[in-house]
Structures are given as C-alpha cells and as structure tokens.
Write a protein that binds this ligand. Sequence first.
Ligand SMILES: *[C@@H]1O[C@H](CO)[C@@H](O)[C@H](O)[C@H]1NC(C)=O
Ligand SMILES: *[C@@H]1O[C@H](CO)[C@@H](O)[C@H](O)[C@H]1NC(C)=O
Ligand SMILES: *[C@@H]1O[C@H](CO)[C@@H](O)[C@H](O)[C@H]1NC(C)=O
Ligand SMILES: *[C@@H]1O[C@H](CO)[C@@H](O)[C@H](O)[C@H]1NC(C)=O
Ligand SMILES: *[C@@H]1O[C@H](CO)[C@@H](O)[C@H](O)[C@H]1NC(C)=O
Ligand SMILES: CC(=O)N[C@H]1CO[C@H](CO)[C@@H](O)[C@@H]1O
Length: 630
Amino acid sequence: MAFLLIVTIGLLGTASCHQSLLIDKLRMDFLQVEEAMWKYVLWESPHIRYSESINYLVDTFSEFDQSLKQMPDDIVYGLEPIRHIHTFLFLYPEFKQMERLYEKFRQYLEDQKLKRVQQSGPFQVRVDSDEMVRDIFNNKNGANVTVNAVYNMTFGAENMLMKVLTLIDNNYYCQNYSQSPQQVFYNLYNAVALNGLKSFIMTQFVYLMKCVEEGRGNNNDLALINKYQFKKRVNETMTVIRGAMELVSVDLWKCDPKNHVKGKTYDEFTRLIQGHVQNEADMNSDRTCTKNCQAYSLTKNYGCYDGDSQYCKEIERCNGKIIGCRYIESSMEICTAREVGNRRYEYVKFDNDLYYGKKNTCWKKPVQSWYRWFVHCSYCMCLCDDPNILSDRFINLKPVYSDIRNNRVVTGIKFVKVNRILHLQIQEGQLLPYGNIKQSTVQWVPVDNYTITDPYMYNYGNYYRMSYENRTMALDQISTKAPKQVVTGVQFKVIQNMVRLEVIFNEIDWESGIIITNSQVTMNGPSRGLQKVSIDSNADVPTLASMSMLVKAQNKFVEFTHTGFEVDAAQTTIPFIDTQPVYNNPAVPLKGIGIGYKTFQHYGGFITPISSSYDYSKLLLSPTFKNKNN
Ligand SMILES: *[C@@H]1O[C@H](CO)[C@@H](O)[C@H](O)[C@H]1NC(C)=O
Ligand SMILES: *[C@@H]1O[C@H](CO)[C@@H](O)[C@H](O)[C@H]1NC(C)=O
Ligand SMILES: *[C@@H]1O[C@H](CO)[C@@H](O)[C@H](O)[C@H]1NC(C)=O
Ligand SMILES: *[C@@H]1O[C@H](CO)[C@@H](O)[C@H](O)[C@H]1NC(C)=O
Ligand SMILES: *[C@@H]1O[C@H](CO)[C@@H](O)[C@H](O)[C@H]1NC(C)=O
Ligand SMILES: CC(=O)N[C@H]1CO[C@H](CO)[C@@H](O)[C@@H]1O
C-alpha cells in the first residue's frame, strides 16, 4: 500500500516552478498536504493519542484553508455572462451546494479549534463530526454527487462549452457583458476547478479522519480511488477548457450600442474637411472667371464678390484652405445648417432635382445661386479645411500611465473627447499575486483636461492638430508575447506623419504580484507597409448604419475624411469615434491594446479601442501523469 501511495503522489505535482494559475497552485499545494497527511495517518498516528491525531488533521486542513481564501468566495464571481445559458440554471444550484458544504466544513474546523481553547463549561459546536461526514457523503447532494453533477453539466451531454461558444458570438452578449471570450472560459475554469478542489478536500478529510478512527480498513483504498477520479476530472477539465481558451480570442471591443448617443457612446472630429460652395470669382486674387472649377485644387477665399447677394450674406465663409473644386450644375440652392455646429449645410440642391445631402424641406428659405453680374462665373463644389473654433481635430500626445508606484496596471481603455481633444483614457487596478486584480481598486484614471490654448501647449508637442494634409491614424494592434509583461501605459505619437499607438509594458513578479518598476518597455506597430483602409467615397454618417463590424486590420491605417457629397453634402468628418468603455469585468491585466475600425458597407464607421486580456491559456499546463518510479 505504501508503495502505491508513493507512485500516485507524483501526479499533478510537477509544475511547481512554472508560472501557474492560483487555483492550480492551490491544487498542487493541497496534493502535497494530502500526501503528508496520509503518511502521518498511516505511519505516525497509530502511535499517538486519537485526539492529538485529529487535532493535527484539523490544524493542517485549517491552515490550508487560509490559502484557499485567496480565491473569491462567491463562486459565480465572473460567471455573469453565462447566466443566460439554460444549463446554468441547473449548474448554479450545484455550485451553491458545494459552497454551502464547504462553508459547513469550515465551521467544523473552526469549532474543533475553538473547542480546544475553551477553558471551562461544555462547548456548543455548530457542526459536529457526524453531521459533517453525513453531509459530505450524502448520496443526494454530498460532495461527490455535486462534483459529478457540475462536471457532467459542464462537459457532458449538455455541453456547456459549446453553448458558451455560441453565446459569445451573439450580439446580446456583446451589448450586455464585458469579458473577452477567453475570459469567459477562464472564469468558468476557475469556478469548476475550485468546485472540484473543495469536494476533494472534504472527501479526503473524511477518509483521513475515518482512518484515524477505524484504523486503516479500506479507507485508504477508497481515498486512492477518490484521488484518481479527482485527477482524471482535473486533467479533462484542464485539457478541454484550455483547448477552448486557446481557440477563442483575448480581444475585447464594443459592438454597436442599442442606440448611438453622442458624447456617451460615440463622438466625432468635426469640420476637418467639409463640403463648401464657392464662386470662382472668390478663389483667385484677380477676381476673374477665366478658368473652370477643376482648376482650383488648392486655394483660398479672396473675399465675397457680390457683398449684397444672399450668398455672401448667408453662406459661412471658408477661412482656411479650399480644396478639390468641381463643377456640378450652374444653378443651385443651399439649405444652410439649422444650427451653428458641425455642419455648414443641410443640403445643396441642383437644378435637375439632384440633391447633395438628404432630400428634405429646408428649415428656412434656401440660398439661391446668383448670376446677374457674372453669368460666366460658376459656383464650385469644393472642400474647406478651416481650423476654426468649431473644428475639433486634436489628438492628445501625452502618455498616460497607470499608478505603477501603487502597483496598478492598466485594465481598460476608452476614447474620450475633452476640451475638443481626443484622449485615450485608461482604467487601472491594483495587481495581486497570480495575475489577479484587486477589484475594489479598479477606477478610470482622470484625463488631463488641458485645453489647446493653455500655456506651453503646442501642436506636435502635447497634442496633434489634423489637417487636410495630415490626417491619418494607424490601426495599430500592440501586444506582448512575454507572459510576465502587462500593459501599464499608452500614448499616441506622430511618426512619419501618421498618428501611431505606443503601448507601455512592465514586467511583473507573478507570485508576489509586484510590478517590477525598472522593467518598462514601449512597443510600436510596424514602421512600413501600411495600407489605407478603403472607405466608400460616398460614405454616409456612421450612426445611420444599422450595424457595424470590426474590419480585420493588420497593417492598415485610416484617413479621416468627409462623408460623401451625394449622401451628406460632405459635411461630416468620418470615421466617428466609439467612446464606449472597453474593460473586462472582473478586471484583468492586459497583454495589449489596439485601435480598430468597425464599419458597414456604405457608412463611415467608427474607430474603436481594442483590449487584449492577459493570456491565461498559456498557464494551464496539460497535467503530466508522471510516475515517480520511471
Ligand atoms: C463518486 O462518484 C463516482 C461517479 O459517480 C463514483 O464512481 C464513485 O464511486 C463515487 N465515490 C464515492 C466515494 O461515493
Ligand atoms: C450525466 O448527465 C446525463 C444526462 O444529461 C445522465 O444521463 C447521467 O446519468 C449523468 N451522469 C452523472 C454521473 O451524473
Ligand atoms: C487527459 O484528458 C485528455 C482529454 O480528455 C485525454 O485525452 C487524456 O488521455 C487524459 N490523460 C490522462 C492521463 O488521463
Ligand atoms: C480639470 O481637472 C482638474 C483636476 O483634475 C479639476 O479640478 C477641474 O475641475 C477640471 N476642469 C474641468 C473643466 O473639468
Ligand atoms: C503636415 O505634416 C508635415 C510633416 O510633419 C508638416 O511639415 C506640415 O506642416 C503639416 N501640414 C499641416 C497643414 O499641418
Ligand atoms: C441586463 C441587460 O443589460 N440586458 C440587456 C441586454 O441587451 C439587450 C439588447 O440586446 C437589452 O434589451 C437588455 O436590456
């Protein structure tokens, strides 16, 4: 028997120097404790007083229980997204039952210890040992039955895992929950594995106790069978869930909200380059009309020729560059914007009922093009790049860091426009051992709310001002492969005339959960070979799309531009900016951050942040069933 013991002890206990998950570490630790206890019970305790042996058992299990408390108590912690899977209705009570059983077991251990220090009088235990044993071995809802039920539901005929895969593909999931697909499986793994470990702890305790009470008997054999079944389950749980975790992505971004709400779910750059009607006579210093519209590819406004005309009085002047003019029709009417804001025009209507913009009735009398004095002068349809007070076209270039001194790492990311400047805002949380985050510390780091007119703020320094010439942003996806690196900061930089993402990483000490402060590195995207994402030349306002989908964007960049002339009179700056927060709940460290682009067919789309959660799949080793004898 002793021989058999030693042979089986090697199981699962081999990965101790490898970076592992907390639950796996606890399991390995417990197997060592359990092994030592069997040695004690079989070889030492027969020579010791019964009560002393039991005390030793109780103390050892109680001590291990302290380390088990590092796992969250609430078993459904992190399982929020899968609560809507039908099977979970049955799984949940089983999880709860195991929690109750273990809670009772904990009370039993506590009682036993309290009883010893009680000085006088009878001690009233909350759980006596008979009750504890009865509960754990109950053949309706005891530890063994419950663990089998959980296992069966998760991996058996009901096949929870397939349902999870279906769920995370669903729009409903994406709108309601914040967990990367891998996180869903990771959280499930933790719940199932903790459930299994609790069951094993309790059943082995009972066998050990019985062995002390009754002598060896067949308790040792039963315990070995129990242990074999435990390990088999662990192996299968690990193999299957690791497979799923490797299969699915660590990336998380937000799909479309139910309703787009400006300032809440999205924001936009404004008036970067915008459709604008200008008379030829106003676009050259001689005030002549000897050329045609096409000749004005890059010019400016030299004044308004006929100051009394409705055009000069009512049409907003372009005080910047006038670009890419074209002739459309000789006569037109312009419906100017209803309010002073992002648009110059509601629409432009040409003679033959051709509309640029949405065909509507104008809120006021439209402005007519005017011929009387210069019949041969054309009105041209151009673009205007006028960086005036209404044009929000700024991007923050200052880096943002999590509070590394207080051991915080980045856990989430979102876009936010503050004082006309686009920022990446970070969420941070305090790192704990084994890649966990102290959830109560998670917070959004306030954005540096400077304005472009503050002293010492300048273009290319603290912020970047886009223009007709310079208006590209790379869709960089930056993540680390090193399992000890996590994201601690992020920054936009202008490199070769393009806004690029730079991500800042620190190494962490896995087991102590401490950030190594002098290990900081920054990483960038590829420096060459980027291709422009094609946006429909007649793209419409992004929020009008019924849906949008993430574009696969390896080595791509977007160029901010205007909506189509036909659909929107080129009034809106696209893509829009998705400002929904991207974070995992429960929070986890990140292995990367990226900028994505999501769109649908003939719409302008959104740029959106993407977070890559820490890749825990690499840490779920296939447990080796090593035999110590060979
Ligand atoms: C636990 O359940 C398994 C599977 O149903 C069974 O084979 C085993 O005998 C049970 N063990 C105990 C101690 O009841
Ligand atoms: C597992 O579930 C199936 C049906 O879903 C059932 O027939 C089987 O008895 C269950 N096995 C255990 C060990 O609970
Ligand atoms: C571990 O589980 C996998 C998947 O179920 C199985 O293929 C493998 O044989 C198991 N290994 C052992 C030693 O049980
Ligand atoms: C800017 O931030 C400071 C400190 O973070 C705060 O006191 C101030 O109210 C903020 N100003 C605005 C306009 O939000
Ligand atoms: C565009 O970028 C180039 C290179 O950085 C710079 O020289 C130029 O002034 C920029 N143009 C505008 C209008 O900002
Ligand atoms: C709980 C919750 O937020 N439910 C929402 C999930 O998403 C759907 C839309 O897909 C909403 O209708 C629910 O209110």
